[in-house]
Design a protein around this ligand. Structure first.
Ligand SMILES: Cc1ncc(C[n+]2csc(CCOP(=O)(O)OP(=O)(O)O)c2C)c(N)n1
Ligand SMILES: [Mg+2]
Length: 1031
């Protein structure tokens, strides 16, 4: 099926410039720098016999000579001496003395080399062998036997090559022709028994430094062209390349003991029989079985065993639908009855919410790893159907778990991500996640990626699903090695998984295992694959299951016998049957048994909040002053800040003296006070350290010393919690997913993601729609993430104007038509909602809502539309008085002026939210209508403050009710607010609208039009006749 489109191009030797470049990247700079440049690049590079590939070899010789001049042939010794002495190009080479001692260690075919009178030919042949070795290392994976079906891998030659010491020359010649395209680099059959020095960049020699060509080829075939295809030569780090070469080239390295083989067989039995059991019991249920890739279970177990051996004690996993139940049962070891009872649709759900299908639920389990006898915790993150969306979430949770246990190098906590081939290649979030992998505030110090590459995505072939030869090419962007492996060879699979886990624990970088397999059934068990892949499925029908193949192999090797094998099967079948019987006793389905992140201590034992109250979110004067002073100072010695920043800090200091705060200071006070209480705070997003609008300045930069920074927030209190503020990569989907995952790990952290401008959250929509909004309903899992979304129309054009409040409000679960029957709106209403949406008009309220987020006895996502122009608006200031003990977040801010003093005189109440309030008060004053029009601010939009707004509406019996917003009518809050306001007043009056007309774009691109529109809406808001004709 997928033949390599450009096989010839891929197998072509590198050009001279590529070779030289690659080598110079690989080489350590010191201590060879000087000589390498002077002698190698300059005069030697101009030698007539040097070509691109030969220069590679010459460099090997050169390094060997530098270390020990006697280790190279005399001719090279003379050549390098002359070159080092400055000989002109073409003159450094001299005919050598007769060959004698340098090759004396060679054994068998030594005479052949010695008999070679022509040194040019000798050098050329060595160069050819060097190139050949490199060709195998670079492109051997193209001719490896990766596809169990034998139809679709990057394979040119379907007949398997028999690799034996008496290799068939004709077969080799054919292989080599393929591998090197241009032939055999000048070598021919007569060279096969000649002995060649091996360069230091290969390990095929084992203890030998030279081998006959025939043996060189045989060993390269064994290392690179069997059931493992290693893609790694793009990695620009010599040590890492050498490490991989050593792992795959060392002769006999892939040995398994009988015990290991038996364990592998037992794991395959479990994996295979689990699917068969489900199929027997529930043949018409979708389960997205693993058939065709049963080896995934031993693969994952191997990665976990090896990582546990290396010190890891917590593994966080993310995976799609395929084989998920099997992973839960046989890797995470979820009780089988808990899995089986999920197939019983009559079970009553014990938890509120929608629940989710069984192949999306998460899991958390702590147990002893049998192989290493160490404790290990395994967590599988719940995920939506959206493929790969869980990737950044897993990474964020992993980072958080590492952070909270002080694992700064990823030695204790790690992540494993599973992928489907089509999704891995197609979904952009994979790329975004890879690009977080090495960033200081986002790295999890290496993830092991496992691709279930069944060579199909639903009904689509790879040739229609991707433009790259492998589904894994995206991993190359971060220099992750990629191990392709034929999934019908369980030992090869286990071997690469061991290497992958070792790689991760050695280099703490990502690595990919590509399990090339097939899908025995349709996309799900109900699907007919022959409609679309007839030939592939004819082949699949003929394919022996891997368990059967491996069992036959081990029986033929005498590792197990038939009765033992059958007994292993019977044993596991019995386990399943017994669990099935027990599952019938389950009467209630507890989704909370499927939590991926329990928060012990935060809830009561039965998962309830410890109280239903929220203390005052106010703060004492002393703390406010202290935080304010630190926020306006540079708390370290000898640190030069920018002059502009000095002015900003000075202004802050003056505000503190005057007991007032602006937006930035209010945020500072909220964060600083929570840090004192031991709450970790993490603020992440694009340019958040300074703040897009240059108002925050949480990281100070020394103007004289590169990379010297200071975070005053971390200098507040002696035993404070740490504050993390980090500029993210330019990603929304990936970074928001990451922060959501971070917030999953602990309820005692305030995790905030700030969008550069609110509208950019739309590229993270999947995280909002699939996780943040319905997460608790689907997975009984709470999350207190905060989204800061700059929002507001400032005449800056359609982009950057709207954080799309209408979308968030549309997804709120409160009923517009029902006035909630609650005693306590303040807390209970929050408990019932799916998320909280606010638009604060004062810094103090912003301060309170941030603190409330943590002081609440439960966690809910919080969406805050944050201002831009209000950051510097002289009226958008709050007094310390509004933040002292006893004060709290105001869901509604009633009018406090003349209108409120004589409410029965008021003719109109304008309800609004956010910054338009300041436009309205200015206009009201200008029109001298302060006694006629009351302005009520709705600070918490959702859950809707029915109780407070009812009070407001009743206070002004004679007034018209108007919703006023600066956003267009089909946007903003109107559609959400109107029916709820109507419910509040029992539909006794109309609710009128003053605002912009409906529009497709969020704002005009023309500043003048913007101002005209604004004036028009203000005119409507204060024209008491505006709605007369409509009444
Ligand atoms: C983002 C997203 N787009 C589309 C789908 C619908 N869908 C579900 S499975 C699937 C095919 C996945 O193929 P692959 O990643 O190769 O996994 P496999 O099912 O073969 O294991 C598709 C298109 C989805 N779940 N998520
Ligand atoms: Mg697939």
């Amino acid at each position: 099926m997928l033949n390599l489109r450009t096989c010839a191009a891929k197998l072509r030797p590198l050009t001279a410039s590529q070779t030289v470049k690659t080598i110079s990247q690989h080489r350590p700079a010191a201590p060879r720098t000087f000589q390498q440049i002077r002698c190698y690049s300059a005069p030697v590079a101009a030698e007539p016999f040097l070509s691109g590939t030969s220069s590679n070899y010459v460099e090997e010789m050169y390094y060997a000579w530098l270390e020990n001049p006697k280790s190279v042939h005399k001719s090279w010794d003379i050549f390098f001496r002359n070159a080092n002495a400055g000989a002109a190009p073409g003159t450094a080479y001299q005919s050598p003395p007769p060959l004698s001692t340098t090759l004396s260690t060679l054994s068998q075919a030594q005479f052949l080399v010695q008999a070679q009178p022509n040194v040019d030919k000798l050098v050329e042949d060595h160069l050819a062998v060097q190139s050949l070795i490199r060709a195998y290392q670079v492109r051997g994976h193209h001719i490896a036997k990766l596809d169990p079906l034998g139809i679709s891998c990057v394979n040119f030659d379907d007949a398997p090559v028999t690799v034996s010491p008496n290799v068939d020359l004709a077969v080799f010649k054919e292989r080599l022709r393929v591998l090197t395209v241009g032939g055999f680099y000048g070598l021919d059959e007569s060279d096969l028994d000649k002995v060649f020095h091996l360069p230091t960049t290969t390990f095929i020699g084992g203890n030998e430094s030279a081998l006959p060509l025939r043996e060189i080829i045989r060993r390269l075939e064994m290392a690179y062209c069997q059931h493992i295809g290693v893609e790694f030569m793009f990695i620009n780090d010599l040590e890492q390349c050498q490490w991989i070469r050593q792992k795959f080239e060392t002769p006999g390295i892939m040995q398994f003991t009988n015990e290991e083989k038996r364990t592998l067989l037992a794991r395959l039995v479990r994996s295979t029989r689990f699917e068969e059991f489900l199929h027997r019991k529930w043949s018409s249920e979708k389960r997205f079985g693993l058939e065709g890739c049963e080896v995934l279970i031993p693969a994952l177990k191997t990665i976990i065993d090896k990582s546990s051996e290396k010190g890891v004690d917590y593994v966080i996993m993310g995976m799609p639908h395929r084989g998920r139940l099997n992973v839960l049962a046989n890797v995470i070891r979820k009780e089988l009855e808990q899995i089986f009872c999920q197939f019983d649709s009559k079970l009553e759900a014990a938890d509120e919410g929608s629940g989710d299908v069984k192949y999306h639920l998460g899991m958390y389990h702590r147990r002893i790893n049998r192989v290493t006898d160490r404790n290990i915790t395994l967590s599988l993150v719940a995920n939506p159907s959206h493929l790969e969306a869980a990737d950044p979430v897993v990474q964020g949770k992993t980072k958080a778990e590492q952070f909270y246990c002080g694992d700064t190098e990823g030695k204790k906590v790690m992540s494993i991500l599973l992928h489907g081939d089509a999704a891995f290649a197609g979904q952009g979030i994979v790329y975004e996640t890879f690009h977080l992998s090495d960033l200081p505030s986002y790295t999890t110090h290496g993830t092991v990626h496992v691709v279930v590459n069944n060579q199909i995505g639903f009904t689509t072939d790879p040739r229609m699903a991707r433009s790259s030869p492998y589904p894994t090419d995206v991993a190359r962007v971060v220099n992750a090695p990629i191990f392709h492996v034929n999934a019908d060879d369980p030992e090869a699979v286990v071997y690469v998984c061991n290497v992958a886990a070792e790689w991760r624990s050695t280099f703490h970088k990502d690595v990919v295992v590509d399990l090339v397999c097939y899908r025995r059934n349709g996309h799900n068990e109900m699907d007919e694959p022959m409609f679309t892949q007839p030939l592939m499925y004819k082949q699949i029908r003929k394919q022996k299951p891997v368990l059967q193949k491996y069992a036959e192999l081990l029986i033929s090797q005498g590792v197990v016998n038939q009765p033992e094998y059958e007994e292993e099967i019977a044993k596991y079948d019995k386990i399943c049957e017994e669990a099935h019987a027990r599952s019938k006793d389950e009467k209630i389905l507890h989704i909370k048994h499927w939590l991926d992140s329990p928060w012990p201590g935060f809830f009561t034992l039965d998962g309830q909040p410890r109280s239903m109250t929220c203390p005052s979110t106010g703060l004492n004067e002393e703390d406010l002053t202290h935080i304010g002073q630190v926020a306006s100072s540079v708390p370290v010695e000898d640190f030069t800040i920018h002059g502009g920043l000095s002015r900003i800090l000075k202004t802050r200091g003056e505000m503190v003296k005057n007991r007032t705060v602006d937006w930035a200071l209010a945020e500072y006070m909220a964060f600083g006070s929570l840090l004192k209480e031991g709450i970790h705070i993490r603020l992440s997003g694009q340019d958040v350290e300074r703040g897009t609008f240059s108002h925050r300045h949480h990281v100070l930069h020394d103007q004289n010393v590169d990379k010297r920074t200071c975070i005053p927030m971390n200098h507040l209190w002696p035993n404070q919690a740490p504050y993390t503020v980090c500029n993210s990569s330019l990603s929304e989907y990936g970074v928001l997913g990451f922060e959501l995952g971070f917030a999953m790990a602990s309820p005692n952290a305030l995790v905030l993601w700030e969008a550069q401008f609110g509208d950019f959250h739309n590229t993270a929509q999947c995280i909002i729609d699939q996780f943040i909004c319905p997460g608790q309903a689907k997975w009984v899992r709470q999350n207190g993430i905060v989204l800061l979304l700059p929002h507001g129309m400032e005449g800056m054009g359609p982009e950057h104007s709207s954080a799309r409040p209408e979308r968030f409000l549309q997804m709120c679960n409160d009923d517009p038509d029902v006035f909630p029957k609650l005693d306590d709106f303040d807390v209970r209403q929050l408990y019932d909602c799916n998320w909280i949406v606010v638009n604060c008009s004062t810094p103090a309220n912003f301060f309170h809502v941030l603190r409330r987020q943590i002081l609440l006895p439960f966690r809910k996502p919080l969406i805050i539309f944050t201002p831009k122009s209000l950051l510097r608006h002289p009226e958008a200031r709050s007094s310390f008085d509004d933040m002292l003990p006893g004060t709290h977040f105001l869901r509604v801010i009633p009018d406090g002026g003349p209108a409120a003093q004589s409410p029965e005189q008021v003719k109109r109440v304008l309800f609004c939210t956010g910054k338009v309030y300041y436009d309205l008060t200015r206009e009201r004053k200008a029109q001298q209508m302060e006694a006629d029009v009351a302005i009520t601010r709705v600070e918490q939009l959702s859950p809707f403050p029915f109780d407070l707004l009812q009070r407001e509406a009743q206070k002004y019996p004679a007034a018209e009710l108007v919703w006023c917003q600066e956003e267009h009518k089909n946007q903003g809050y109107y559609d959400y607010v109107k029916p709820r306001l109507r419910t509040t007043i029992n539909r006794a009056k109309p609710v009128w609208y003053a605002g912009r007309e409906p529009a497709a774009a969020p704002a005009t691109g023309n500043k003048k039009t913007h101002l005209t529109e604004l004036q028009r809406l203000l005119d409507t808001a204060f024209n008491l006749d505006a709605f007369k004709d409509l009444a």
